[in-house]
Write a protein that binds this ligand. Structure first.
Ligand SMILES: C[S@@+](CC[C@H](N)C(=O)[O-])C[C@H]1O[C@@H](n2cnc3c(N)ncnc32)[C@H](O)[C@@H]1O
Length: 228
């Protein structure tokens, strides 16, 4: 699975993305609310935020509304997703947009908050994910916060099967079982590389994050992170 396949997928899906994502990701709005609520800064702080794999800018827009004095960097590999993000963030003047691969980024400034939603599971291996979380730790200012909303794996096979079944039940509220089984589950298997949530929490602690926590969870989707 290459990054260019992921890029092609999201370039092609950009214009439908916002309507598709709420059908595929259980309680997407609730998940994003949990991510936004978890950020421990005051409303008018002039914080620097980066959104890794910002997509169409849904999370960045929510961040801009909650932190009007923030500087927000929106980074995504798919230029068509960034075009939509630009439109959503027209009113937040202090926003920078970067089309690029987060795994190759050479951070040039520090951030108070690093967020990501449904993107870091594209990093291929557990080792690469842990290395990337270390990179995030290093780019955070002291007391900075990392929050990730993502698809994760369960600890046992039994629970993983249950999670997959409950995920399909959710999708099936608005998507046919034929489309789920022949389009979305194969696409998940080819493009997505989720890691066990329990391992990721351990990595974050090993890297040095304190107050590592799970903020929200619905079967195989979770919001989690820590403070430097
Ligand atoms: C499922 S979408 C999520 C978008 C948005 N964060 C949200 O939750 O609505 C995943 C996004 O991650 C981006 N992405 C995947 N791999 C990436 C990489 N290596 N570097 C930058 N962006 C990446 C994709 O282009 C896509 O826009």
């Amino acid at each position: 699975m290459t990054t260019s396949t992921v890029k092609e997928h999201f370039e092609a899906e950009a214009h439908e993305f916002d309507s598709i994502i709420v059908k595929l990701i259980p309680y997407y709005d609730q998940m994003i609310n949990a991510l936004i609520d978890s950020i421990q800064f005051d409303r008018f702080d002039s914080i620097r935020i980066i959104d890794l794999g910002c997509g169409t800018g849904t999370i960045a827009k929510r961040l801009a509304d909650r932190f009007p004095n923030s500087k927000i960097v929106c980074l995504d590999i798919a230029s068509k997703m960034i075009e939509i993000a630009k439109y959503k963030l027209l009113d937040h003047k202090n926003t920078e947009f970067i089309v690029g691969d987060f795994s190759k980024i050479d951070f040039k400034e520090q951030f108070d908050v690093v967020v990501s939603s449904l993107a870091l599971h594209h990093i291929e291996t557990d080792n690469e994910k842990k290395e990337f979380y270390t990179k995030i730790f290093n780019v955070l200012a002291n007391s900075g916060q990392f929050v990730n909303a993502d698809v994760v794996l369960a600890t046992t096979d039994y629970q993983q099967d249950t999670n997959m079944n409950r995920w399909m039940d959710y999708m099936n509220k608005s998507v046919s079982m034929d489309e789920i089984q022949n389009k979305w589950i194969p696409s998940y298997k080819v493009e997505d590389r989720p890691a066990k949530l329990i391992d990721q929490l351990k990595w974050l602690e090993e890297i040095g994050f304190r107050t590592v926590d799970v903020i929200w969870k619905y079967y195989n989707f979770s919001v989690y992170g820590g403070i430097k």
